[in-house]
Design a protein around this ligand. Sequence first.
Ligand SMILES: [Zn+2]
Length: 356
Amino acid sequence: MKIDGFFTVLAGVLIGIPGTKGCTGFSSPHDLYLSVNGTLAAENQIPLNAAGYGVSHFGHGAYMVTDGAYQTFVLVSTAGVIVVDAPPTTGHKIQWAIGNLTSTPVRWFIYSHSHSDHAGGAYLFANQTNPKVTTIAHENTASQLAAATDPHRPVPKITFKDRYKLSAGNQTLELFFPGIGHDLGNIIIYAPKPKVLMMVDQVYAGWVPFWNLAASVYVPGWIKAHDQILAYDFDVYLGGHMGGPGNRTAVEVQREYVHDLFDNCAEALILSGTGENPNVDIAVISKEVLTNNPYNIWAQFAAYLDAVADLCYNATSSKWLGKLAAQDIFGYSHARTMVSSLRLDYDVLGPNDVQP
Ligand SMILES: [Zn+2]
């Protein structure tokens, strides 16, 4: 092979074609990504001020502070301000934003979950003594933070197992643990008066989720949480990401996307054992790979699973590409993660089920 020919092939593999899956599932040059202009994802973004943050007001003392990529929920009560999450990238801007909203001091800090990209600025509020800030999280989050020994994420003083109701002057905030999903202790945070619901790294209004189904530790729990959210009476949904709030429809749309992905991946897995489609047929793929790579069982399995994920991704994209932003970016990672979860969590093993 001529060297320039090799690089042409390599470039084609790495770059791929926008909207279709290349070998890596990612497109490298930025100008090849599908534009999100004109989509709900872009229209949702609120403008940032000169200091680099934006604030949405939902009424009844409820606000979202964003740096364009992350969100903090601020609830002002007559007894003090409640802050949920402090992404390090927003950092001190959260303090400035609150200072411009009210002279009431912050009195409560709540961790939505343990992850440092949402909680790395927690030390700016959590466990402060003057004025005193009470810090609250799910008990699993507290365990994770205790193990992390991260001075930026202090261990909360108050923890709970199932539910916690915070009464703060004229406001209440209901915290509920729906089970392990995105993280070990990711909670639903609900403010009944302004009808604002926050669950971080769960729904991404107008977007497909962050890669690998939001990098969830337990995919079935993460899928189920869509229904648990929709059982609440809320108008505003905050997912912790992007520069705009969501609503009930955004949660319903993502649930539909995830259910489609689930069905398409299950169908591809089952098809791979029927001999009806050589592109995903495990016998065809195995023979081809093992002929060229004797004894390389991992190579055989990787080629097979990639082929199943390809079929699932393309079927899902036929409906959702251009409808939810960034399906071309993270859609293939979602197909791979769903295929894995179907096999391991849902017992959809296709040709690898109990043998005769
Ligand atoms: Zn997270």
